[in-house]
Design a protein around this ligand. Sequence first.
Ligand code: NAD
Length: 338
Amino acid sequence: MKTDLTSQKISFFSTQPYDKNFFNKYNESGFELDFFETQLNPQTVTLIQNSAVVCVFVNDIVNESVIKQLADKNVKIIALRCAGFNNVDLESAKKYNIKVCRVPAYSPQAVAEHAMAMILTLNRKTHKAYNRVREQNFSLNGLLGFDLHGKTIGIIGTGNIGKAFSKIALGFGCKVLAYDIITNPEMEKDGVVFTDLNTVFKESEIISLHCPLNDATKHIINRNSIALMKDNVMIINTSRGGLINTSDIIVALKDGVVDYLGIDVYEQEEKLFFRDLSEDIIQDDDIQRLMSFPNVLVTAHQAFFTNEALTQIALVTYDNIKSLLLENDIENKSALLV
Ligand code: NAD
């Protein structure tokens, strides 16, 4: 794939104004950039013209049908500007000889800090206090929280984000339990206790999900795992919506079995997130039900959304694309998926 970079066009999908700002700012190689606000899917793939590279985000649909059309259009690279890649059919990419790359760790701290922000908000109800005080209601009734110090936080998935989150939790004086398919000795030295998944479910007051969405982790939070948890459990999901069985969590919230839920991701988020739907009638009854609970906090996939993270995303995405175009390879093997 040896080539002159300035003659190359990159087609970006699902772009927001901030994507354009950061990718324009760091386009030091002079790529031609084509920004589409629309999601990539089997219909919108027709928008791509003369691009060797498409750049996609978390909710773009990159299934076999899309990949076949990309191959027909001579697209050589699918560059994810995110870490998770559950929305890309890697087998099809391999079959059609298209390289797939991602940004493995742009700012683990951004996501870890947002997870802790969700915990603190749900616990100390600062969102409610803010609104109350603005209405000159200075009462504390209903705002009772608990000390985080001394509580047990269970982390599922101790990669870049899970590890960053464990340091924050330890800093708050929490006991940290963790489950991952790989134990991390460095984290053990810091005081994290690795254990089996059921022990994390049974012993944690707060459970924070930081594993990828795959066949093994889909609906890892379901009626059976919830049945093992403590009565007053708080569940935080900043990873991928599909980790939680939405119907089961709604039942658990209605029954008061789960005491708090913080989600930055949602199973059906691709029809909702990253858009202003304030004038629309939302057809998704599950998200409406979730948003109606006083003990549920929903943010719209914003955990990654810091200046530092967007800078890293742009820089690493360009580096990945350049390496693939010039060398047909990427030095950081975790960035190259196919
Ligand atoms: P990572 O690859 O560094 O870590 C993932 C960890 O999960 C690894 O340690 C891996 O061994 C572990 N894992 C894999 N399968 C598992 C299983 N079955 N059970 C338990 N653990 C398992 O990834 P990361 O950078 O820490 O990101 C984690 C996830 O966070 C991503 O997959 C992505 O979905 C999500 N994410 C969300 C946002 C956001 O804005 N909300 C931003 C970035 C990433």
